[in-house]
Design a protein around this ligand. Sequence first.
Ligand code: ATP
Length: 553
Amino acid sequence: QNVPMSEAGGILARTGYSGLVVVDDDDNVVGVITRREIDKALNHDLGHAPVRGYMIRNPETVSEDTSLGEIQNVIIDRRSGFLPVIFDNKPKGVVTRKDVLGALHRTAHRPGEMTGNSALKESEEFGKDLLTKLPPTQFGILALAGEVADSMGVTCYLVGGIVRDLVLGHGNVDIDLLIEGDGIGFAHNLAETLEGEIIENPRFRTAKIILSDGEHIDVATAREEFYIRPGALPEVEAAGIRDDLVRRDFTINTLAIQLNSRNWGRLIDHFGGVADIKVGLIRVMHTFSFVDDPTRILRALRFAARFGFELETQTAELLRRALSEGRLDDVSPERVREEILASLNEDEPWKILSHICETGIFGILHHGIQPPLCLANVDDPVSEALEWMKGIAPGHEMPGKDLSYFAFIMSLSDPVEVKVFAIKYHFDNTIMEIAEALSHLPIARESLRLEKQTPSELAMKLDPLPTPLLTVLAAETASGSKERETLGEYIGKLKQVRPEIDGTDFIKEGYEPGPSFRKALETVRRAKLDGKISTREEEIAVARAILDSHSPE
Ligand code: ATP
């Protein structure tokens, strides 16, 4: 296990083996390493790294007595295509996917002896049950998709998040279809059947069908070069879909259900996705997953928080290592931004933000952003604040949930650093506005505590804050406290006070537009806030005084 990856690569090159069994000093099997991990290590200049860092830990193993049928199930149902044969935890040999395919091929003419059929039936029943949990509209669309696929002689699968969520018993309306065959042609036929619009992307052989109710269906094409020739054993998956699924981020996202009538409901679970969903684990597909695509670090935390799952032990270790190696620096600012926004748009952003804070990711993305690590131990103050705001100003502009959480986290850091962070990751103007306004927070906080101030004085201190920063103030103040009451007075009443008149009234009065217009309207608003004026005529009188004092003569 201490051998460098490059040396392991040398052994593979010399012997032509597809993988190696890794042992500890006492010859106990501790992992396997395959050509895949080694190639990746070399690509990422990690040839010097010891094998133990990137080997597959606790690999599936078999014994010398394991039957071909059992091995086939292990290879089909689990993640591994390279199985050490062990006795007393010492290596005795290996069985590879190729060995199994060869053996199956030899027994292909004796189907009565084939194993795995019962497992297939079970997976079909399970998959069919899952499909019946869908709302009738989705179910109907999938049945039609299966018919269209049948009529074209292509294979059609429901894939990704929707299958995961069906196993979890969660709702999800995003239909993702994967086609082995002409995906674009299929999308056209399905769009025609459903009377939807189609947007195609021929370069990636994907298409989006937009339905009349605004819902959409994504269609992708599986890679063709790996298709298994017709007449191959039904137990052996066409590699088209396997090749697609193996590229996904986590095992829980690798499930697929076939929709063709011949195999309606057949669940494809090559990588132990159902088992991981049942025990609640986020598990990467291979040890270089986070190195290949470090956005998966943020995705892993997001899924873990969303479902209340744990990171599987080795996945957690790989994630920590990827972070400490600075892998997030390799991701484009846009992808980091999109992942942060996706986290903020989750149902419960607080849980995800706590995970992100715990792992120190904000500080890694930008050293100046260092919210305290203890967020995880604190109840979500933002959701209570948002609820309270909805109640206090019904019907008025409410801050977006995502922006409110962002503002809260950012309010814990230095405003200057937040601005640098927002620029670095190309956040849009709404977020830039929040970053800009953070420096007003101390004065605003102070104003909530002041005993003596006029309504207009309070409003002037709170007016510069975009609404997400008002949520921050609400989140910082205890429900029922004096500060909360003052904030409620501003949000529910003062913030809505506006002059009845505007610049067009001044033009009608014969004034030339200029900076004095704004000054006049501000003065009118102040007078109105403090109850000094109430009618339109009084507003015009106050404005006139200002405009005249600024007029050229
Ligand atoms: P949800 O939409 O509920 O957040 P999802 O699983 O549908 O979950 P998407 O982000 O829409 O998530 O991705 C669709 C599929 O594409 C996922 O199931 C995942 O397997 C795959 N995927 C997305 N991003 C990556 C990535 N960075 N690396 C590998 N696979 C990915």
